[in-house]
Design a protein around this ligand. Structure first.
Ligand code: PMP
Length: 443
């Protein structure tokens, strides 16, 4: 199933080691939830290109809009002109982002995170940023200082941006699996609020603290939804100490969790939201959105860049919203979410009986929100999740990802996935888990 031959090996050597590629597969084309390789083999894509292809690969509405735009103009430099797709995009996004109503654009998630930090520091005239263990905010010099999902993202690249302070993410499975045995998600919320209060009192004075940056559902850190009630508490804490709340919705935004933005599950409005990934169905575009009075504190000319707000990417983003509205994508996410979590519970708890998932990989935490689906095997040997992902790819033609420093598998289907494709994927995943668990037990 892989490319081989001297020519491929010589060519792939030209890619430096800093970018890792999980397989030797070479893609040729894709359609909705299926990716076909140059060797003619097709794979079920339950990664959506790491949460990007929300409308599925090559949705006809997006393809048509992009094709029409490319023939008219591909680069309308944002410092020189307004363009209709940009103006329309902001207009169309506002009902979803309200009361946040003013935008600033970038090309990637990391860059938009940096824009959010620049805005928070400049607007508050304060410098410290509080982030969470397990959080992932990107790979640029600033963003990697804010990233606590894996040490490889920042090891050896220091000195890192100063003024960054970490507390634990409210990770109730890990809490109950370790320090807080037997305690509830409520206890987890209280514990994290305690850590934040202690941090402000001991090391990070509120008068020095510009913002708290957080993912509503931990992404690369393991697909961990924050517990019920957490963001209401965090919002009150930020208001009390005049600290801005920045929601990194790069992975959770644009319908991934069954609401347009994940923070809506907590009925909470952040001061700044960071958007990227699913915004434009695969075209590079990212943004921050905030209230006008805050955004207007940005010094003129301090934001932006050559490619930002690209006209083709904005066109794709508008077409993405068309698909969301015309095809009721959010409703599909909500329905498919109930289906997938039901199937996983049923199949993996029955696998735990007669068909035999060994005790050695338990407990199993099946968690997530919408179509962010995470499975963490509490006691599995190191490498288990990666082996399942590899097995699924090589033997079941199912594309999945791992997450976090723990044994976690994540599934990120396109948001337009249908019931049969999802069930087929779950069956292939369960087969892979049972196979690898039994292989490892017998080794
Ligand atoms: N924030 C979150 C929550 C992310 O998941 C990511 C990427 N995985 C980023 C920021 C960085 O985005 P990018 O890779 O587009 O720079």
């Amino acid at each position: 199933t892989s490319e081989d031959g001297a020519s491929f090996i010589a060519k792939k050597e030209a890619l430096g080691k800093g970018i890792t590629v999980a397989s030797d597969l070479v893609v040729d084309h894709a359609n909705q939830c299926s990716i076909t390789m140059t060797n003619g083999q097709s794979y079920l894509d339950m990664t959506s290109g790491i949460g990007v292809a929300s409308t599925g690969h090559c949705h006809p509405t997006v393809v048509k809009a992009v094709q029409d735009q490319v023939g008219k103009m591909s680069h309308a430099q944002i410092n020189m002109f307004y363009h209709a797709p940009l103006l329309e995009l902001m207009d169309r996004l506002r009902p979803y982002t309200a009361p946040l109503d003013t935008f600033c654009f970038n090309n990637s998630g990391s860059e938009a995170v940096e824009s959010a930090i620049k805005l928070a520091r400049h607007a508050t005239k304060k410098k410290n940023i509080i982030v969470f263990n397990g959080g992932h905010h990107g790979r640029t010099i600033g963003a990697m200082a804010l990233t606590g999902s894996k040490n490889m993202f920042s090891a050896g690249f220091g000195p890192l941006m100063p003024g960054v302070f970490y507390v634990d993410y409210p990770y109730s499975f890990r809490c109950s699996a370790s320090t807080f045995e037997g305690h509830s998600p409520d206890h987890c919320v209280k514990e994290i609020m305690r850590q934040l209060n202690v941090l402000l009192k001991q090391r990070c004075h509120p008068d020095d603290t510009a913002a708290i940056l957080i993912e509503p559902v931990l992404g690369e850190g393991g697909y961990v939804p924050a517990p019920k009630g957490f963001f209401q508490e965090l919002r009150a804490f930020c208001d009390q100490h005049k600290i801005l709340m920045i929601a990194d919705e790069v992975q959770t935004g644009f319908g991934r969790t069954g609401k347009m933005f994940a923070i809506e599950h907590w009925n909470t409005v952040p001061d700044i939201m960071v958007l990227a990934k699913g915004i434009a169905s695969g075209y590079p575009l990212s943004a921050i959105v905030s209230r006008k009075e805050l955004m207007d504190l940005q010094p003129p000319g301090s934001m932006g860049g050559t490619f930002v707000g690209n006209i083709v990417a904005c066109t794709a983003a508008v077409a993405t919203l068309d698909v969301f509205e015309q095809e009721h994508v959010l409703k599909n996410v909500q329905e498919r979410s109930i289906q997938v979590f039901g199937l996983l519970e049923k199949k993996l708890s029955s696998a735990n009986g007669a068909s035999g998932l060994p005790e050695s990989i338990m407990p199993l935490d099946i968690r997530g929100l919408g179509l962010m689906i995470g499975l963490e095997f509490g006691n599995a040997p190191q490498g288990f999740a990666a082996r399942v992902v590899k097995h699924a790819r090589d033997h079941e033609h199912l594309l999945l990802l791992t997450a976090s420093i723990y044994e976690t598998i994540r599934m990120i289907p396109p948001l337009v996935v249908d019931a049969d494709t999802l069930e087929d994927s779950v069956n292939r995943l369960v087969k892979s888990i049972v196979q690898v668990a039994n292989d490892m037990k017998n080794e």
